[in-house]
Design a protein around this ligand. Structure first.
Ligand SMILES: [Zn+2]
Length: 476
């Protein structure tokens, strides 16, 4: 199909639909016969049809066309001279906001009113909000309006909170973005959340795991009916590891389901349910619904209440493979935390396949790191656990490239406790973590500090960065 010469009826149709709306919603006006407007759309979408009717107040007929034909048609239908409308300033500003969010690896963008019709943007980078730019009166409102169109929200309603999604293309990469609005003082605040794309989620081998530990963890994940727990405090990188763990299993040939809060990454082929407490979709409610569909493998975003733990253990006993995260300080404390949440010792002894625990360590900026020496304390700890280290190490310095922080990027330090007969017996007895640790050491478990010191020994991080995590003390 070509649209090189728009027919007269198509030009009339185009006059009914604002250019910005047509482009943002990807609707191609085709004809208007005085009564009915005919448009091309990529897919039949009742909400979109309703928006077009509201916009044009005409009877509507839709024809499904290939997206490429719609875009080509739009380019020839709306002359380029009209691209510089008032909206283009807002579109440009929005592009800039999204680009700066992507290049700074922000997880969220807050676009919020500051009074008098003006607003500002703030980016959430590693959990810290950074002011980004001021949006003058008028521009702020147009950006919010544009976002609502792109996220397929009801553009006419500014009094109710709304949710939507949009795709952002940047530098050849596609980003999945969730948008939500809330009304504030007669204006609206928009929060954009960047979802990770599953094919861009790092694999286990990119997280900093030692080869041998990774092989053991993968074996545990792939065992039929296994129950694997990823433990750590908030911000320890548990969710990235969970998604990486899903990369390690065959998603194609099994029925994989997940319950998450929130969904941070869309996984093709996986039925993902987002917990929504207000709507009554709690972890237990969602889990029960999924279990009726006979899943082979379940990913539960977090175990944090007795009811969820009970359902999860029951599912595990029936042979469903489970991966989940738990707020526990280390691998040795996973069983005792689950026991606090009502799990029986004997069930844990028989079903808990592996407990992985982790921390994120900042990696030294390779442009400015300074040679230093390992402390005798670090060398003694390494020696105690059979880790051979040289005395050379590095410390942070700071330069222009790393914003004077001395660090760039992060890497994981891990520990893995696998279930073996000795471990099962200890869990059955209900041994406290320290006693369990001694038993575990006898069958190959090494505490996280050993893995962290391995990264110090290879110059990736510094000893002081490792010691910053005080929870290591207990593991020694
Ligand atoms: Zn530097």
């Amino acid at each position: 199909m070509t649209y090189a010469e728009p027919a007269a009826t198509q030009k009339t149709a185009a006059a009914l639909l604002p250019r910005s709306f047509a482009y943002e919603a990807e609707v191609l006006p085709l004809a208007y016969d005085g009564v009915t407007l005919t448009v091309g759309v990529a897919t039949e979408n009742p909400d979109l049809s309703e928006r077009i009717r509201q916009q044009t107040r005409k009877a509507l007929r839709t024809i499904v066309l290939p997206v490429r034909d719609i875009r080509d048609g739009l380019t020839s239908l709306y002359p380029p001279s009209r691209t510089r409308e008032a909206d283009s300033a807002a579109a440009q500003a929005l592009d800039d906001i999204l680009a700066s969010a992507i290049t700074t690896y922000a997880s969220d963008v807050h676009i919020e009113p500051t009074g008098g019709g003006a607003g500002r943007t703030r980016l959430d980078v590693d959990g810290i909000l950074q002011s980004e730019r001021i949006l003058e009166a008028g521009l702020f409102e147009r950006i919010v309006a544009l976002l609502k169109v792109r996220a397929e929200m009801n553009a006419g309603d500014s009094r109710l909170p709304q949710d939507g999604r949009l795709n952002v293309d940047f530098d050849g990469r596609a980003f999945d973005v969730r948008a939500s609005t809330i009304p504030i003082d007669g204006m609206e605040k928009v929060v954009l959340r960047f979802l990770q794309r599953f094919d861009l989620v790092p694999g286990l081998e990119q997280l900093g795991m030692a080869t041998e530990l990774m092989a053991r963890f993968q074996r545990a994940l792939r065992r039929p009916g296994s129950f694997c727990v990823i433990a750590g405090p908030t911000g320890s990188g548990k969710s990235t590891t969970s998604y990486a763990a899903l990369h390690a299993v065959d998603l194609e040939r099994s029925n994989v389901c997940s319950v998450e809060e929130p969904i941070e990454c869309r996984i093709p082929g996986v039925a993902q349910i987002a917990v929504n407490e207000r709507a009554g979709v709690t972890f237990p409610v969602a889990l029960r619904a999924l279990l009726r569909q006979n899943p082979h493998r379940l990913f539960i975003g977090e175990l944090r209440d007795a009811e969820t733990v009970a359902i999860a253990l029951q599912a595990s006993l029936t042979g469903i493979a489970l991966t989940t995260t738990l707020h526990a300080r280390d691998a040795l404390r996973v069983a005792s935390r689950l026991a606090e949440l009502g799990a029986s010792r004997s069930t844990l002894a028989s079903s808990l396949t592996a407990s992985l625990s982790q921390r994120l360590l900042r990696t030294l900026c390779r442009h400015c790191k300074q040679r230093s020496a390992l402390s005798s304390h670090a060398l003694a700890v390494a020696r105690r656990y059979g880790l051979t280290l040289g005395t050379e190490a590095f410390e942070a310095q700071g330069c222009e490239i790393c914003d004077d922080t001395g660090f760039q990027g992060r890497i994981g330090a891990f520990e893995l406790l696998e279930n073996r007969p000795e471990i099962a017996a200890s869990l059955e007895r209900g041994d406290p973590p320290a006693v369990l640790g001694k038993v575990a050491f006898g069958v190959g478990y090494r505490p996280m500090i050993v893995d962290a010191l391995r990264h110090v020994g290879s110059g990736l991080t510094s000893e002081s960065e490792v010691l910053r995590h005080r929870s290591y003390d207990d593991a020694e």
